[in-house]
Design a binder for this molecule. Structure first.
Ligand SMILES: NC(=O)c1ccc[n+]([C@@H]2O[C@H](COP(=O)([O-])OP(=O)(O)OC[C@H]3O[C@@H](n4cnc5c(N)ncnc54)[C@H](OP(=O)(O)O)[C@@H]3O)[C@@H](O)[C@H]2O)c1
Length: 241
């Protein structure tokens, strides 16, 4: 598969299914984008990439488990060797574990597993890829958040999924941190809520499609020079913090 040096190199974590897969499909449909489809399981990544390669799209699988420093470092080395830079990082990998009616040690484990992927995983992946993003003329980072992480909107979803939503509230702060750090350098760093989409995460109970869930993330990944940074939005506009 030919990748012109002019291509934008994109890494999406958790792209073997769901919204990450949909983002990979939409972004790689644009001629200027070459997408590295992150998957924690190598074979699932190969299978997912094959589906899009079969449609002539510029994607390739890359193994990355965001809870493993070794796996993050290996993926970073691979991108370094192959491309020497990264233009777009989409921190999409996420879990929402069963938390209703859970207590004690089991609840502690649910907190640890959830934050390990949704928050610490996104933080450590971003840290690892910062040097490669610095080599891009137009770095973009998208953090996949959710409207239920909004403190201002807590009462719209009262007493709901405290583990999952707090892991994403913390993610929003991380996004702001990186947005501030690289604002003067012109980076565009934002958080996106995909909406309630039917994916494995919610046993396919969501009302919207993954393709629609991808829309705002794709917009943020492809922002021009005058695009926003340090924002939290969905496809309908800005979300209150
Ligand atoms: N669906 C919604 O309604 C909704 C709403 C708001 C926000 N979101 C957010 O959107 C993002 C995508 O979710 P989705 O709905 O598309 O869910 P999904 O279909 O379950 O996809 C989640 C992806 O994350 C991957 N993943 C899980 N743990 C990982 C790890 N340790 N390292 C690397 N990848 C890992 C999964 O890999 P495996 O296939 O190996 O499990 C999968 O590829 C998540 O951050 C989620 O919180 C979703």
């Amino acid at each position: 598969m030919s990748t012109s040096v002019a291509s934008k190199i994109v890494l999406i974590t958790g792209a073997n299914q769901g919204i990450g897969f949909a983002i990979a499909k939409t972004l790689s449909s644009k001629p200027a984008y070459h997408v590295l489809m992150g998957s924690r399981d190598a074979q699932r990544g190969i299978d997912a990439a094959k589906k899009l390669q079969g449609q002539g799209l510029h994607v390739e699988p890359i193994t990355i488990d965001v809870t493993s420093d070794e796996s993050i470092a290996k993926a970073t080395q691979q991108v370094m060797k192959q491309f020497g830079r990264l233009d777009v990082l989409i921190n999409n990998a996420g879990v929402s574990l069963k938390e209703d009616g859970i207590s004690g040690l089991e609840l502690r484990n649910i907190y640890q597993e959830t934050f390990a992927v949704n928050t610490f995983g996104a933080a450590l992946t971003t840290e690892s890829f910062i040097p490669l993003l610095k080599s891009s003329p137009t770095p973009r980072i998208v953090f996949m958040s959710t409207v239920v992480s909004s403190l201002a909107n807590e009462q719209k979803f009262p007493a709901f999924l405290p583990v999952y939503r707090s892991s994403k509230s913390a993610l929003n702060m991380l996004m702001m941190h990186y947005a501030s750090m690289y604002k003067d350098a012109g980076w565009k760093v934002n958080a996106s809520c995909p909406g309630y989409c039917a994916t494995n995460l919610n046993a396919f109970a969501g009302m919207d499609t993954p393709d629609n869930g991808a829309l705002n993330a794709v917009r943020l990944a492809t922002l021009g020079e005058d695009g926003e940074t340090g924002t939290f939005s969905n496809k309908d506009g800005v979300i209150a913090w």
